[in-house]
Design a protein. Structure first.
Length: 331
């Protein structure tokens, strides 16, 4: 089937400036961690990418190891780019990362220059691209000098293989150090990608301030706590859901009674706002203007459409925020 992007694709999306940079990102971006691998079915996930682009999602987030098997999400995305988006590459912000275990031996993990540069070369081949827009250090590496890791990110810009640098899951102090180094190399850090949701709020304890002060954008990953912050698990663990899959990163034992009690109460507040819980969870993150974008995953176009509808109501009454806080803190 042929794909023709919608003429109206930029009419409804909201874009935010990513820190102090020249880049606007859609407030909702799409991640390809799950559901786009070699184990998944091509045509349905191809249509998720179509739906995303038609809705103004210009930012697609990958990593070397996304699949399973590792590398297959990049390969599949590359195929889709070639088939459907050849004349739209310049409308897209495509990111990839290296930092987690990718190949055997001492050079396929963490943050050495050797690993990062080799991995980006592999990612470009898999996606059939000349460059990515953002190349991330996927996680901090306690065993490698930060100068080496940041120097490697900077040199991928200097070689034209990436346009911007990003870091993921770096805590506040290390983020400041990374930002200082990248500034000194004249390749300032564009963006930080931390886990951030109603259920995972470590970034509020210092990191967001560092990002704000340094003009670094924030893109929140797993904003729906991998599906927990939706109505999906209200009545148990459905077949085919991430928590039901052996390869899924959400374990069934994380769907606890205590969590589902909170989810049920949050769902009640969402209903009063005429929103789904997923929509409210996304809006809740975007209330902080320092959050440039919320990086959702989706296993169907219906889920993506549900998530996109959060744009209709991003505002919260003071009373709603108080009630949400009470549920998150005390249950
Ligand atoms: N930097 C890092 O270390 C890191 C780590 C993790 C993720 N990420 C990035 O963040 C992206 C998103 O992560 P994530 O997939 O964990 O995000 P998420 O949005 O929290 O979870 C996505 C999952 O939630 C379920 N879902 C989504 N929308 C739904 C809806 N409207 N109603 C019901 N269920 C819904 C689906 O699960 P089912 O499959 O069960 O349907 C979907 O696969 C990744 O693709 C990746 O790009 C980065």
């Amino acid at each position: 089937m042929d794909y023709q992007p919608s003429e109206k694709r930029y009419s409804d999306m909201i874009y935010r400036r990513c820190g102090k940079s020249g880049i606007d990102l859609p407030v909702i971006s799409l991640g390809l961690w799950h559901n786009f691998g070699g184990v998944d079915t091509f045509e349905p996930f191809r249509k998720i990418i179509w739906k995303a682009f038609d809705a103004g999602i210009t930012h697609f987030d990958l990593a070397n190891n996304y699949g399973p098997p590792p590398g297959s999400a990049e390969e599949n995305f590359g195929r889709i780019l070639k088939m459907d988006f050849q004349s739209h590459r310049d409308e897209m912000i495509i990111s990839t990362k290296a930092g987690w275990d990718m190949w055997p031996g001492p050079y396929g993990d963490f943050g050495s220059r050797k690993y990062l540069i080799a991995s980006l070369n592999q990612s470009l081949k898999r996606m059939q691209l000349d460059y990515v827009d953002i190349f991330y250090s996927h996680r901090p590496d306690p065993f490698t000098p930060l100068e080496e890791t940041m120097g490697a990110l900077a040199s991928t810009i200097n070689s034209g293989k990436s346009l911007y640098t990003g870091i993921s899951s770096y805590e506040a102090e290390r983020t400041q150090q990374a930002a200082d180094l990248l500034k000194s190399y004249r390749t300032p850090c564009l963006i930080h990608q931390p886990q951030y949701s109603m259920f995972e709020r470590w970034v509020e304890d210092g990191l967001m301030n560092v990002l704000g002060e340094n003009g670094i954008g924030c893109i929140a990953f797993s904003p729906l706590a991998q599906g927990l912050l939706t109505n999906k698990y209200l009545n148990g663990i459905p077949e085919g859901s991430r928590a039901a899959k052996v390869t899924g990163f959400l374990q069934a034992n994380e769907v606890t009674v205590e969590r589902i009690e909170k989810v049920t109460k949050l769902n009640g507040i969402a209903k009063n706002r005429n929103q789904s819980l997923a929509q409210m969870a996304i809006a809740w993150l975007l209330k902080d203007e320092r959050v440039t974008s919320v990086l959702v995953g989706a296993s169907s176009t219906e889920q993506l459409v549900d998530n996109l509808a959060s744009l209709a109501n991003l505002k919260f009454q003071h009373e709603e925020l108080k009630m949400i806080e009470e549920i998150l803190t005390n249950g």
